[in-house]
Ligand binder design. Sequence first.
Ligand code: GDP
Ligand code: MG
Length: 455
Amino acid sequence: MSTLSTETICALSTPPGIGGLAVVRVSGPEAISIVDACFRGKRSLRDVATHTIHYGQFLRADGSVADYVTAAVFRAPRSYTGEDVVEITCHGGTVMYRLILESLIACGARLAEPGEFTRRAFLNGRLDLVQVESVAEIIHSQSLAAQELALKQLGGSFTAWIRQIRDELSNVASLVELELDFAQEDVEFAERRELAERIDGMLVECRRFIRSYSGAQILRYGLRVGIVGFPNAGKSSLFNALLGRQRAIVSPQPGTTRDYIEETLPVGRSLVRLFDTAGLRTSSDAIEVEGIALARSVIEQCHVLVVVNDVSIGVEHSEGLVTSLREEVPGAVHLLVHNKCDLLEAIPSPRTEDELFISARTGQGIEQLIERLGKIIEESTAELELALVNERQRDSLLRVEAALLSAQRALAEGLPGECIALDLRTAAQELSTLLGEQWTNDLLDRIFSQFCIGK
Ligand SMILES: Nc1nc2c(ncn2[C@@H]2O[C@H](COP(=O)(O)OP(=O)(O)O)[C@@H](O)[C@H]2O)c(=O)[nH]1
Ligand SMILES: [Mg+2]
């Protein structure tokens, strides 16, 4: 596959705006000669060694000086893109980099498309697709923890794992196929039990990664916490108490909250995304009914449901609701929060750590609730050594899992070796696609559309 580009591209790689320095990147077969045409340093860049930095004047098309810059030269293939690359560091601001780009374009470069540098890096074999995706993740991640995870992927740990599993799949498939070739002679090379164990081993590994996705999503986008309960239980009051400000309308009139409201609260090493929802009840008010439907759609996507119970009515008052929510959203952590404790003479002791007695009015128990949420974040993100960074990776591993399950079944049911080998080969193929060893332009377009210009 010949992938070397004939065009030389250029773009601003730092964010446009006021700043100390800006970096303009140039990549392609003519990168060094094009920059040379605009650059006056001690030596021509054509004569300098790779991985060196040179100070000089950068000239406009009319020969006047645009800026004093440094030019870092990286010769192919030891560069980010695998092509000749020059990185020009000029003064920051909104004007200077434009002058530099103008000169480069006048000398034969063209403006890069979003993600084009990284696309070239991929096409030239400098990065595989999961590393490309980790670059996107590093650029976009908003929390330190999410960035750490992406950096490990870029370092190649996930790639190494994928390769290892793919080799194991091929080895096991070969064993089964070998047995096929000798079928007439009744030689069973692949001990069935050993085969089953090796397939199980791969399944366990695969599932570990699939599970990591949810924890990693919590680190990236926050723990989704829905505040739910009957009307008037004090949901909006609790929402405000958690945020520490009056964000939602509180009223003695049931059915006040109709839309859902979302706010973010920093907790531990991530965030809590808090949703205040309409009280759950049967209503004849059309808008309220719509609000309740919305509440249900939010509830389905929550990691944690805080069921607010008006304890002044009774400790058992929301039992039925708690039971039905547990059935509806079995994957979530359910916290039962008894509100309005200030109206009780004596506060009962909670039965589990998932039951709390609070008062949104006095603030009693709010700290403990936040601590409990922090602990849930810790627990769901604890053993995240490596994690998938996006849905493409997760979906791909789900397909590998399905193929492995199918192989496992075929083996258990004593189906012919062809079936088992086919499943294993399918799984191996899927992993090759995940790494980008097979790709389509459509897939690349989808991935690189998330990049910015200059990356
Ligand atoms: N005594 C007391 N009243 C509360 C407490 N929390 C909420 N309320 C009152 O309960 C009513 C309903 O509160 P609101 O937050 O709007 O409930 P929502 O319908 O569940 O959102 C309001 O009159 C609040 O002032 C609390 O902790 N103690
Ligand atoms: Mg409300």
